[in-house]
Design a protein around this ligand. Structure first.
Ligand SMILES: [Zn+2]
Length: 281
């Protein structure tokens, strides 16, 4: 199976879908990341050129860790729009890879780039099969299945169609966060007025936040306010019912880390290999 994860920025695929990406790669499927923007906006000290260069290096390290191809388009942060030119660029890009499954943002989201990315994926979806549009890139016979990453927006609310445990992938997911140095230790820390400890081991512990064990309750996770362990555990706490439905009472209650996805109704039908693989996770 071929899976294309499309984020507006470098860290969107990583944080929302890094566990699934790692799991599928381990199973022998081909995962590819695309960041539509070049990361130039994500810093408070470095200028745009230096920032996007550093982000490119960090994304290359993520690609190496996961063993995937990672493409970054040279579109400046905060300027992504769902126009015809970008839609055609995306149609050609998706057709060339011909994925079975595409995952991106919902088009209702706080960030204009996320909204545009979600809109572009929706706009491309059916047209992927229309041979007279972008005839230089051979049309796909079938639309890929399309899913959205989890978000917290409520109008309309995110609907968790697929919720999977990423307990076996959490170490890798935290390592991925740790590789995004300029983002997690500099820019986001600055945005949140946080002081990052000195030393690589110390700052990694700080990055993880609360130590989550088998005894940690969902209430404790929900009440915790910072750290990437907590962030990734919040999804399991939020979708406990769905995890119990999927894995049964005993295992479902024990899942600490999860990822949630909503199926986009404009994509291909959830059948065949994609359905089988997602159900097996
Ligand atoms: Zn983003």
């Amino acid at each position: 199976m071929k899976i294309l994860m499309i984020g507006a920025h470098q860290d969107d695929n990583e944080f929302q879908g890094g566990g699934l990406a790692h799991r599928l790669t381990k199973m022998g499927h081909e995962v590819r990341f695309l960041s539509m923007c070049n990361g130039c906006g994500g810093h408070h000290i470095m200028g745009p050129k230096e920032t996007s260069k550093r982000r490119a290096g960090e994304s290359a390290a993520v690609a190496k860790l996961l063993g995937i191809r990672y493409d970054v388009w040279d579109i400046d942060d905060c300027t992504l729009v769902a126009d015809l030119e970008t839609r055609r660029k995306l149609i050609r890009y998706i057709r060339e890879f011909a994925p079975d499954l595409v995952i991106s943002h919902r088009p209702n989201d706080y960030h204009a780039d996320h909204r545009a990315a979600g809109q572009l994926v929706q706009d491309a979806s059916y047209i992927l099969t229309i041979r007279n549009e972008c005839p230089d890139a051979p049309a796909m016979h079938k639309m890929p299945v399309i899913m959205y990453y989890e978000d917290k927006f409520t109008n309309p609310p995110f609907r968790p169609d697929v919720v999977i445990s990423v307990d076996d992938e959490i170490e890798t997911k935290l390592q991925i966060a740790n590789l995004n140095v300029s983002q997690v230790y500099e820019w986001l820390a600055y945005e949140d007025d946080e002081v990052v400890p000195e030393g690589e081991a110390e700052r990694f512990e700080w990055l993880k936040g609360m130590n989550i064990t088998g005894d940690t309750t969902d209430e404790e996770v929900v009440a915790a306010t910072r750290g990437y362990s907590v962030r990734f555990a919040k999804t399991a706490a939020r979708f406990r019912e769905e995890l119990i439905q999927r894995y049964g009472e005993e295992r479902g209650k024990k899942v600490r880390y999860a990822e949630g996805y909503e199926v986009c109704e404009y994509g291909g039908a959830m059948t065949g290999e994609v359905k089988e693989v997602l159900e097996s996770l």
